[in-house]
Design a protein around this ligand. Sequence first.
Ligand SMILES: Nc1nc2c(c(=O)[nH]1)N=C([C@H](O)[C@H](O)COP(=O)(O)OP(=O)(O)OP(=O)(O)O)CN2
Ligand SMILES: [Zn+2]
Length: 142
Amino acid sequence: MAPSYQGDERADKAVYVVRAEGTFAAAHYLASYHGKCETLHGHNYRVRAYAAGRKLDEGGMVLDFGILKKALREVLARLDHTNLNDHPFFQDNPSAERIATYVYEEMVKKLPGTPIWKVEVFETDENLAVYLPYGDTLPPLP
Ligand SMILES: Nc1nc2c(c(=O)[nH]1)N=C([C@H](O)[C@H](O)COP(=O)(O)OP(=O)(O)OP(=O)(O)O)CN2
Ligand SMILES: [Zn+2]
């Protein structure tokens, strides 16, 4: 059955979003921070990556969850049980924001051409950083 909006202006704007989630455990400290986070400690990070698209394939999918999940888990596996301060990308301040940026950059390398909309990094259940590479717009969608 055709979507109910077919033929009106929403047909050009409608977007599908799919999300994958993964976790990793890592140590870090924030070298430029003045407080308890400047000493070495650890987190169980939860990371969500979102991909977007306007069109569904013949299987009715914008992107197979499995493809997104595999890429995310491969990226997170490289961070799991490491000291994030050893990783040059984080410049001795592995904030949740920098981790979100890193995950985005690595996801784009693994899934070229797949529009990654945003990456969320939960340091704890309460502490969340979000990276929106295209700000308040969507990435270019095919
Ligand atoms: N914008 C950001 N702020 C902070 C980050 C960050 O990545 N981005 N990170 C930290 C520290 O990593 C710290 O471990 C977590 O912060 P904080 O909430 O202060 O500490 P707790 O999780 O232990 O929470 P309590 O409420 O104090 O128990 C700091 N800021
Ligand atoms: Zn921390």
